[in-house]
Design a protein around this ligand. Structure first.
Ligand code: PLP
Length: 339
């Protein structure tokens, strides 16, 4: 049993200190305990609280002062965290978002008083990331005093996870993790957590989880419904030493795991967490080893997706027949249970 399931934020920081929750995964009769790192329990409800806090510390060191303006491209969670932290610290915030940002996150951004810049034109990949970045560049060109925190390339992003997310997991798991699964978008979480474990626990297997249709690890981007995970261009923080295996998960599998977890345990997690659980189930199903200390990072809560992943009408209209959708329970004979 992991020792410290609910811990205070380490080092007295106002971010992190999120709990692990155990769930049971039964695959063709083999029983596994999975430790979910519940990043939705951060103050502003996602792992991006950590990134946002470190990005702002970095901006302050580079000269951001009270009354200054921060601008960032975000599909949602980082925007919500930055908007709230900027509000607390007396900075203005401009969030450059796109039509895939969930209604829930748009409402939460609006509630902070952040200025919202919605880009509506997809870029040449069919996604919006490059359009969002063009808009950020334009805003900064026209307003040279604006600070672009640049979650995609600022090395402080992985540092946030190296210094907080990873050591929390390491101590919560009593320093023993057999395998850890992490979804990837900018690659900041994966790069930071991996750097820590490669030194502190070199035997830990690191599995990167990407969305089908993402180009985070190269290749051609294609349309996808999952948000938060994946990218329409290669992630800047990653190289092949950062992970041992790459798992690519489709929208339907991810949404099915979100709904199955909610139905069987009452835990409601976001799409990237569902993708991570799907990757974990497939990995365990295809391995002979009896892994005991398994961690899945769950970046945010399902409440952000009530209008999509947990909305039968949205699922139906988008071609997903949930709750039965492609749920690999028949193929892998997967069952999820509360611990
Ligand atoms: C919903 C969601 N999934 C996955 C991730 C992992 O992202 P990154 O690779 O940018 O650290 C994030 C980032 O916070 C997220 O908000």
């Amino acid at each position: 049993m992991p020792a410290y399931h609910g811990i205070e934020s380490m080092f007295g920081l106002p971010v992190g200190g999120t709990p692990l929750r155990e769930v049971r995964l039964v695959i063709r009769g083999r029983r596994f305990t999975i430790n979910l790192k519940m990043e939705g329990d951060n103050k502003f409800r996602s792992v991006k609280d950590r990134t946002a806090f470190f990005l702002l510390e970095d901006a302050e060191e580079k000269g951001l002062r009270q009354g200054g303006t921060v601008v960032e491209s975000t599909s949602g969670n980082l925007g919500v965290a930055l908007a709230n932290l900027c509000g607390e610290k007396g900075y203005n915030f401009i969030a450059v978002i796109d039509p895939k940002t969930t209604q829930e996150n748009v409402h939460r951004l609006e509630a902070t008083g952040a200025v919202i810049e919605l880009v509506t034109e997809p870029d040449h990949t069919g996604g919006y990331l490059l359009s969002r970045l063009d808009r950020v560049a334009e805003l900064c060109r026209n307003n040279p005093a604006y600070f672009w925190t640049n979650q995609y390339g600022n090395p402080i992003n992985p540092v946030a996870h190296f210094l907080t997310t990873a050591p929390e997991i390491y101590w919560q798991m009593r320093r023993r993790v057999d395998v850890i699964f992490m979804p990837v978008s900018t690659g900041g979480t994966l790069a930071g957590v991996s750097r820590f474990f490669r030194t502190a626990s070199p035997s830990t297997i690191i599995v990167a989880v990407d969305a089908a249709g993402s180009a985070a690890f190269g290749g051609q981007p294609a349309p996808r419904k999952l948000t938060g995970i994946g990218s329409s261009r290669p992630a800047e923080f990653l190289d092949t030493k950062t992970f041992d295996e790459l798992a690519v998960v489709g929208d339907a599998e991810a949404f099915a795991f979100c709904n199955a977890l909610y139905k069987s345990t009452g835990l409601k997690v976001g799409g990237s967490s569902g993708a991570t659980l799907a990757a974990c189930a497939k990995f365990l199903a295809s391995s002979e080893r009896e892994f005991r200390r398994i961690v899945c990072i769950c970046p945010d809560r399902g409440e952000n997706y009530d209008s999509t992943i947990f909305n039968p009408r949205w699922l139906f209209e988008n071609g997903f027949a949930v709750p039965e959708i492609a749920f690999p329970s028949r193929e892998l004979s997967v069952e999820l249970h509360a611990a």
